[in-house]
Design a protein around this ligand. Sequence first.
Ligand code: GRG
Length: 287
Amino acid sequence: MTAFPSFFADHQRRVTSELSRIVPSGASPVERAMAYTALAPSKQVRAVLVLLCAELCRGDAARAVPGAAAVELVHAASLILDDLPSMDDAPLRRGRRANHLEFGEATAILAAFGLLNLAYGTLAASYEPPLASRMASLLSDAIGPAGLIGGQELDLRATDREITFEMLEQIHRGKTGALFVAAATCGALSAGAAPESIAALAAYAKNLGLAFQIVDDLLDVTGHTADTGKAVRADARKTTFVSFSGVDGARQLAEELCETANRALALFGAKADRLRELSSFVASRRA
Ligand code: GRG
């Protein structure tokens, strides 16, 4: 089992409590479908990243909680869409049947839109206008054609085709990296961080996000459903970091990216040790 850093449990509790408060409690099928994925047990790495960046920039982690929840809601929406038959056609997520298998495809799509909508609503309801609009605009860019949506489109087109390493990197900088960068930036913004701190944390998150994806590819080959909560050996029709570099090469690449991520933290000194711990967790995780 993966050992989370000691500070994780407390941060996960804050995010879970906020999500339980804001995600509707299940009167209709679409509400139940929203809660089914958004409140399922998960690592909440992106949300914890929001809180850590806020704390590091001398902010109040409590103030960053709605931003962390919004990032987590976007992530949950993306998981529902990613698992659809027209996308990855995945049967299992977070240790449960995929959302569309439980609720039907139409309700799953509505639930994903519901979670996205709730993410923006949460930002608007929780922050004063300049901060709320900056965070909303960041998330919108991260989700859009230069982020998750663009990465997903390239990924779909790459299935059953050979692609270059550069293309593979572009896919995952969009699909996975963009939301990590938005998470770190939202956390720093909630703390009123200086531009150089925001830039350093974005550089950290960009490298951490790609490392996270490489380990995701590794776990598809070397991991177990009991730990990951999803089907393994599911990437057979895709080029992955493991099919490109082998298990050892991919592991080394993930470690190098975490070291590069940590180098971006130099200006914070020892105050950024929790982010360094997060890097170690990402490089060695089993779930
Ligand atoms: C409109 C939001 C939106 C997205 C449309 C479907 C899509 C475009 C993008 C897919 C993005 C995606 C699901 C990337 C995979 C990222 C990844 C490594 C997921 C696994 O994340 P974990 O391990 O999972 O953090 P848990 O369950 O712990 O949250």
